[in-house]
Design a protein around this ligand. Structure first.
Ligand SMILES: [Zn+2]
Length: 544
């Protein structure tokens, strides 16, 4: 059910009244921070999540009617809360997208094998052209496809891959042998991300790049690959039409890779072992062919940007990010065909609105400005935040910090808070203070091998040097009841990642979302009232 828009200002003012009522308990000079903090409610978070994840929002796909509804909802909320447009007199930043839809009627051949679309492989092209081909392109296995001088590792050493198609393992060499001292052990480096693999193959001049899917090192199953890499694919409109990208970007299943390697007279497991030992490549002696016909459409999606100007240094901003978009609808699906994206990321979007309300309720505005940047096209490769980072509205050297909320914790309250990519910046000091106040403690994220630091919008800020923080409730439930709930809910949350069943559930425990929203509010509040400029730690790859 959608919240009638006319109710919004009423809700906001009702909450303001409550906040004012409670400030009586505090002396004038302490501000009403504590009462505002307490006012961040599960009900509000639930309400916005439910609306954003309803079928009426059609899975919030960029450039669709679902986007129009989402933007209206966000802008009307920020307006009602007294926020100023973040982009001149507009709450929107237009993001030019190139939508490329590959015709699913494609077949790839490798040697004697015919690979069926979505069953054995997916393939698409980022080149802005209606047809690309691999025509008997020689296959070369390039191990992890990594060229990392700082790790003294180059899988492309001595290789000319022009016109060829490279076959690449997912993740990085630290994953399988965390104790080997290679890369960052189990913690995935950017070299482990699929986006890096295609970028590097492009730099090397390859014609095609195919990643071998394996569930553990990818951290998601084949169905996620098949769903995410088929249908309309978006990229930012590029000056050269992405002519410098590999023509074909694909994935194949592990089964198919084993078959192909065996046809090549090689054993996949042995080849992988070789690739783990050190930089590695070997020709497979097989050729790949595929023709991809694509339809191209330029379209415009939007980031939402809203600011609460600071009371002393309004030109300095704390930027909160959350992505509003999800995967839309798939009419070819029987039964439920809406990817509601309740957890991913109606929760973070809802938290933005609720936190915006909290900042607006403060008697005294923070010294620095608070900006909410609710971005588009995250699911398509962090495009909205990437566009923002390339076209910043607030100068980057006036952007003090980025705090990101994506897929909030609906598994109940926790004793711990997991920092994604722990040890990267001084922002963790502020986080530590906020977390301690809640009687919680900081931990390393439970699965650093999944590379979550590179999988949400704070990464776009990190890449351009702005200290960025991504953290959420960890894996230790506060009590037995929560532990039991967590076990049940986790099956659904994990199993429904990027599936139509990622739906709002009335029985979801929003206690965890609430405490994390309070925590982020506290962190932003601290930094906004500080004179400090948090820095990257010297060991971080973003320091440079
Ligand atoms: Zn997602």
């Amino acid at each position: 059910m959608q919240l009638p828009r006319t109710l919004l200002p009423l809700l906001a003012s009702a909450a303001l009244l409550t906040a004012c009522g409670q400030t009586a308990n505090y002396t004038a000079d302490t501000d009403n921070f504590d009462s505002v903090y307490q006012n961040i409610s599960q009900e509000d978070l639930k309400l916005h999540t439910k609306v954003l994840a309803s079928d009426e929002f059609e899975g919030r796909s960029p450039t669709t009617a679902g986007e129009t509804k989402t933007l209206e909802y966000l802008v009307s909320n920020f307006k009602a809360l007294g926020y100023e447009p973040g982009n001149g007199n507009s709450f929107l930043q237009a993001v030019e997208l190139m939508e490329i839809t590959a015709d699913p009627d494609m077949v790839m051949t490798i040697g004697e094998n015919t690979l069926n679309y979505k069953e054995d492989m997916v393939a698409s092209s980022k080149r802005e052209t209606t047809q690309v081909n691999l025509s008997d392109s020689e296959l070369v296995f390039v191990g992890y496809g990594v060229n990392a001088p700082e790790y003294n590792w180059n899988d492309y050493e001595g290789l000319d891959v022009k016109g060829k198609t490279v076959v690449i393992l997912v993740n990085d060499p630290g994953f399988e042998n965390p104790d080997s001292g290679k890369f960052q052990g189990k913690t995935m480096t950017y070299y482990g991300r699929w986006s890096y693999k295609y970028e590097e193959a492009s730099r090397q001049g390859a014609e095609g790049a195919i990643i071998v899917h394996e569930t553990a090192p990818a951290s998601y199953g084949w169905s996620v690959v098949a769903n995410s890499w088929s249908g309309a694919q978006y990229s930012l409109v590029s000056k050269n039409g992405n002519a410098d990208r590999v023509a074909v970007e694909g994935w194949i299943t592990l089964d198919m890779a084993q078959k192909v390697f065996s046809d090549a007279g090689k054993d996949f497991a042995q080849e992988k072992a070789n690739a783990l030992k050190g930089p590695y490549n070997t020709a497979l002696g097989l050729n790949a062919s595929v023709t991809i016909n694509s339809t191209l459409k330029k379209s415009v999606s939007n980031n939402v940007i809203a600011t609460l100007p600071g009371s002393e240094r309004a030109d300095e901003h704390i930027i909160y990010t959350a992505h509003w978009d999800h995967l839309g609808t798939d009419m070819s699906k029987e039964g439920d065909h809406v990817y509601n994206g309740a957890h991913d990321n109606a929760t973070g979007t809802a938290a933005s609105i609720v936190m915006a309300k909290a900042f607006a309720e403060l008697d005294q505005r923070p010294a620095r400005s608070i900006t909410f940047l609710v971005v588009t096209a995250e699911e398509q490769g962090l495009l909205g935040s990437l566009y923002y980072a390339e076209h910043p509205i607030i100068p980057l050297d006036k952007t003090v910090a980025n705090l990101n909320m994506d897929a909030m914790n609906v598994l109940g309250k926790t004793k711990d808070v997991a920092v994604v990519g722990m040890g990267k910046s001084e922002l963790e000091t502020y986080l530590g203070t906020a977390v301690q106040k809640q009687g919680r403690f900081l931990t390393q994220e439970p699965r650093p091998e999944a590379g979550y630091y590179y999988r949400s919008d704070h990464f776009s800020f990190a890449k351009v040097g702005v200290p960025a923080l991504y953290a959420k409730g960890g894996s230790e439930p506060i009590d037995e009841e929560t532990a039991n709930y967590r076990k049940r809910a986790n099956v659904i949350v994990t199993g429904c990642y990027h599936q139509v069943c990622d739906q709002f559930r009335e029985n979801w425990d929003f206690g965890g979302v609430q405490e994390d929203t309070q925590m982020f509010f506290d962190v932003g509040y601290q930094i906004a009232n500080s004179n400090n400029w948090p820095k990257w730690n010297s060991t971080s790859e973003f320091q440079r």
